[in-house]
Design a protein around this ligand. Structure first.
Ligand SMILES: [Zn+2]
Length: 110
C-alpha cells in the first residue's frame, strides 16, 4: 500500500499507448555486424591512417578464417586496404589507431 493516497480515479475503459519503446536488448545485446555499421562506428575514418574510409578491412583476413565481427573489422581507406591485402596488421607492418569493439545502439544512432 502507498503511504499516501492522492485521489480516487474511475477505472479506465481503454488505455492508450502514448509511447512505444522497442526493447531491442531483449532480442540481442547489441546491433548485428554490417559493413555500413562498421563505417558508422568508426565515423568513416580509416583505422590505419585516419583518412576518409570507403571500405571495411578484416584485421584477420577473411581468406584465413577472419570473422565478419565488430572486433575483427575496421573502416579503411582504399589505399590501406590495398596495402594490407591478405595479411594481418603485424605482417603488413601496419598499426591500428583504434581498438575495434562492438558498438551500442545509441552510439550508432548518432
Ligand atoms: Zn588508410
Amino acid at each position: 500500500m502507498p503511504d499516501r493516497l492522492i485521489g480516487v480515479f474511475p477505472m479506465p475503459l481503454a488505455v492508450r499507448l502514448v509511447r512505444y519503446v522497442y526493447a531491442r536488448w531483449r532480442r540481442q545485446s547489441g546491433p548485428g555486424w554490417t559493413k555500413v555499421g562498421v563505417l558508422k562506428r568508426d565515423r568513416n575514418r580509416c583505422g590505419y591512417c585516419g583518412a576518409a574510409a570507403t571500405t571495411v578491412d578484416h584485421i584477420a583476413p577473411r581468406s584465413r578464417g577472419g570473422a565478419n565481427s565488430w572486433v575483427n573489422t575496421v573502416a579503411a581507406c582504399y589505399g590501406c586496404n590495398q596495402a594490407k591485402a591478405d595479411r594481418t596488421p603485424a605482417e603488413a607492418g601496419m598499426r591500428l589507431r583504434i581498438t575495434p569493439a562492438a558498438p551500442t545502439w545509441a552510439s550508432l544512432a548518432r
